[in-house]
Design a protein around this ligand. Structure first.
Ligand code: SAH
Length: 213
């Protein structure tokens, strides 16, 4: 695998220009090689700040969106994090650098398998990939300090909110449209959820149930 230092520097510059200023997030994104998470003809574009196709008709998210979501999640070193929508495993790998433990759920078994293989090859041992329906979350490991949803929900999924500890943060793209959604930061307080809008994003939809394959 060639390691294109100049292209990676350009990517870090793009992250900074897009408002990613948290050094912990930037360091994690500098360390995790995105080229390991994309395949075939798309590999030369691994350091472009753009989403790219992966197996099962899904996408690896745009790096600046990964950065923005990770920064908003404000992960602490002792945190137990749940990700919904493992996809390639790239976002989970970034989270693994910032959290104590990461659980990531994927409805397509082939994606879950290849993400697990990639993470193993990178010696990342604090991420558990599960082929499961993320719409119901992972009640047996709840509560979570942080929850990151990387597929678009019509609304904040109540099952996931229930699995967020009080004081915990969830970042989730929400919207009725397939084309554009609002990225929300939800902080669960004693009095109920607090919502902050982070901007507009474009994600593949959160689909209930397991995928074919
Ligand atoms: N975080 C990924 C990109 C996410 S793409 C990465 O870093 O590569 C969104 C992913 O969410 C897709 O792989 C899709 O299959 C998955 N997904 C959609 N609905 C889901 C559900 N209910 N449970 C688990 N995964 C789901």
């Amino acid at each position: 695998m060639t390691f294109d230092a100049e292209a990676r520097m350009r990517l870090l510059f793009a992250l900074r220009s897009n408002g990613i200023t948290d050094e912990r997030v930037l360091n994690a994104m500098e360390k995790i090689d995105r080229a390991r998470f994309v395949r075939g003809v798309f590999q030369p574009r691994a350091y472009d700040d753009t989403p790219l196709p992966i197996e099962c008709g899904q996408t690896i998210s745009q790096p600046s969106v990964v950065g923005m979501m990770t920064q908003a999640l404000d992960v602490r070193p002792r945190d137990k994090v749940l990700e919904i929508g493992c996809g390639s495993g790239y976002q989970a790998a970034i989270l693994s650098q910032l959290a104590r433990r990461v659980y990531t759920l994927e409805r397509y078994k082939p994606l879950a398998r290849s993400a697990q293989t990639t993470l193993q090859q990178l010696d990342i041992s604090n991420v558990t990939v599960l082929a499961a329906d993320g719409a119901v979350g992972l009640p047996e490991q709840a509560p979570f300090d942080r929850i990151l949803v990387t597929a678009a929900a019509e609304d904040v999924p109540p099952a996931l909110l229930a699995q967020l500890r009080i004081g915990g943060i969830m970042v989730v793209p929400v919207g009725q449209s397939d084309h554009v959604q609002t990225l929300l930061k939800v902080t669960r307080t004693e009095a109920g959820p607090d919502y902050t809008t982070l901007g507009e994003v474009r994600f593949v939809p959160l689909v209930e149930g397991m995928g074919d394959g």
